[in-house]
Design a protein around this ligand. Structure first.
Ligand SMILES: C[S@+](CC[C@H](N)C(=O)[O-])C[C@H]1O[C@@H](n2cnc3c(N)ncnc32)[C@H](O)[C@@H]1O
Length: 357
């Protein structure tokens, strides 16, 4: 298994692990016969060496290849690449190699869009370049993709960073993008993604994700209720030793109400001093109420960042607008909320904390 940075915390002799992930999503412009799934496992393994992690499990649906990694997950479909990695991994260092394989092996010559995002790290100083600060990350991304836009949302300690090629709606750049999209023939298929990035979780729940408590990953999946969050998924789960958990879910072929490109992914760092859980899915629902309620009930965080990206024609567009109203979510009140209208996407960011009891 790849080298893992687990640093002893002097306070209580507990291990520190940076659960916060860096997430990069690259969409390529559709091209005849082009498919990222032509890239071989060996080629992905070489890419992941640059990132400092490795593949530990694989599952797939008709549309998505899903890899569980030693540090989080990778999803590969015809024209979309998603890499989400935690710890002190270096995902932006592999972008050059991914673009090369996309061109040489998969037949993709043009990048249509890019999203790079992450929450603020618990220990930013422990990260390796370029991840030691957002400016360096943006500089490297710009060296690959040209003129991207960088945003920082929320308060300093709990902020969420985003880099994208999407211009803000109503700008001259947005008009230009619409023209180029129109000439390429309506590229944007409906798309929506929810992420719930949780910290400071209930220790009783976190115990489930230890070898001491759960015999295997499947037992932890059942006991926590992860298998009920989005029914109809094939689950590929992994329980680390002595603790830690990762899972990918892809829609079962022929699942009712679940399109075959649908995925979910959950990663859990249960150590008490640095507990962290991330949930992400592109499930196409018009309200996220049930999914959010199930996630919060399963993990009981003290605090979380919620982000929703949705194209205007996706069912999730109404969900993003509902969340814009700044609603309380069960036992949680919103501390911050921001809504952004990009050309072709809406984004809702919010920071929630448990009501004081
Ligand atoms: C890979 S998981 C998922 C982390 C994820 N990003 C999250 O949301 O917390 C990390 C957890 O697994 C534990 N772990 C145990 N062995 C590991 C290994 N070889 N590589 C990575 N993590 C390991 C870490 O201590 C941590 O609790």
């Amino acid at each position: 298994m790849a080298e893992t940075e687990i640093i002893s915390s002097s306070e209580n002799n507990e291990q520190f692990f940076e659960g916060v992930e860096k997430l990069i999503e690259i969409w390529f412009t559709p091209a005849k016969n082009a498919d990222l799934r032509k890239i071989t496992r060996q080629q992905w393994e070489n890419v992941l060496k640059i990132v400092r992690c490795e593949i530990i499990s694989f599952t797939q649906s008709e549309q998505v290849d899903a890899y569980v990694l030693s540090e989080s997950s990778m999803f590969v479909s015809r024209r979309r690449f998603i890499l989400k990695t935690c710890g002190t991994t270096t995902p932006l260092r592999c972008v050059h190699a991914v673009l090369g394989l996309a061109y040489d092996v998969a037949g993709h010559a043009r990048v249509h869009n890019v999203f790079y995002s992450r929450r603020e790290f618990a220990r930013p100083a422990a990260q390796l370049q370029p991840h030691d600060n957002f400016d360096s990350e943006v500089k490297l991304l710009d060296s690959f993709f040209g003129d991207g836009r960088a945003y920082i949302m929320g308060p300093e300690k709990d902020c969420w960073y985003l880099y994208t090629l999407l211009p803000l709606e109503g700008t001259v750049d947005a008009l230009e993008k619409e023209h180029s999209d129109a000439s390429e023939g309506g590229l944007m298929e409906p798309d929506q993604t929810i992420e719930i990035l949780m910290s400071d979780l209930d220790p009783a729940v976190m115990d489930i994700f230890t070898r001491q408590y759960s015999a295997d990953a499947a037992a932890a999946t059942r006991e926590s209720g992860i298998d009920k969050i989005i029914p109809g998924m094939v689950i590929d789960d992994f329980l680390f030793d002595p603790c830690g958990y990762s899972m990918n879910g892809v829609a079962k072929d022929g699942a009712k109400d679940l399109p075959s490109g649908c995925y979910m992914t959950i990663h859990i760092t249960p150590e008490r001093s640095c507990s962290y859980v991330s949930f992400e899915s592109n499930v196409p629902v018009s309200s996220y109420d049930e999914v959010i309620a199930r996630v919060l009930q399963a993990f009981r965080p003290a605090k979380f960042v919620l982000t929703v990206f949705a194209t205007p024609d996706s069912p999730g567009a109404s969900a993003a607008r509902e969340l814009k109203k700044f609603p309380a979510l069960g036992a949680y009140c919103p501390l911050e909320s921001q809504h952004c209208r990009f050309s072709g996407y809406e984004l809702q960011y919010a920071l929630y904390a448990k009501f004081p009891s």
